[in-house]
Design a protein around this ligand. Structure first.
Ligand SMILES: [Zn+2]
Length: 153
């Protein structure tokens, strides 16, 4: 097999709808019973457009999968950008996009919480929502450390 061009390699490396790759093990010392509520402000979700990716890939490879010398218009950064759609999450009840938080436990799908107290699932499916929660908890611990003590239940 020939070495793919940089653009083809990038197309192949684009993730599908995952927040942060595969589910990683919980950080040491994390109590899995803790329910986290992590403020994010505005939350955007990237979704992968497979149709655009196939079009771009088709322009770079022939049916046998070999990279073609580019004879037509090159695949541009704009072409590649169309493979990812970024959506800003808005509350389905009050429509706010500001001061949103993610809420949930490690390993559970995240829910979004708006300042009025409305709560709804993170869009994009269960695996995506679980990844969103573990990613948020990992970020929170990296920035602020573990909470000092487990809340007694
Ligand atoms: Zn709301």
């Amino acid at each position: 097999m020939t070495e793919p061009s940089d653009s083809a390699a990038r197309i192949g490396a684009l993730p599908t709808a995952t927040w942060n790759g595969p589910l990683s093990p919980p950080p040491p010392g994390l109590d899995l019973r803790w329910i986290w509520q992590i403020p994010f402000g505005t939350i955007t979700v990237d979704s992968y457009n497979e149709t655009e990716a196939v079009i771009n890939e088709g322009r770079l490879t022939d049916p046998s999968g070999r990279a073609l010398p580019i004879t037509g218009p090159p695949v541009t950064a704009e072409d590649l950008a169309r493979e990812i759609t970024t959506t800003t999450i808005a509350c389905p009840v009050c429509a706010t996009t500001a001061d949103l938080s993610l809420r949930g436990r490690w390993g559970d799908p995240a829910e979004v919480l708006c300042p009025c107290g409305h709560q709804w699932p993170v869009p994009g499916g269960r695996a995506y929502a679980i990844g969103a929660m573990t990613h948020a908890i990992t970020l929170a611990i990296a920035q602020q450390g573990l909470p000092p003590a487990a809340p007694s239940s």
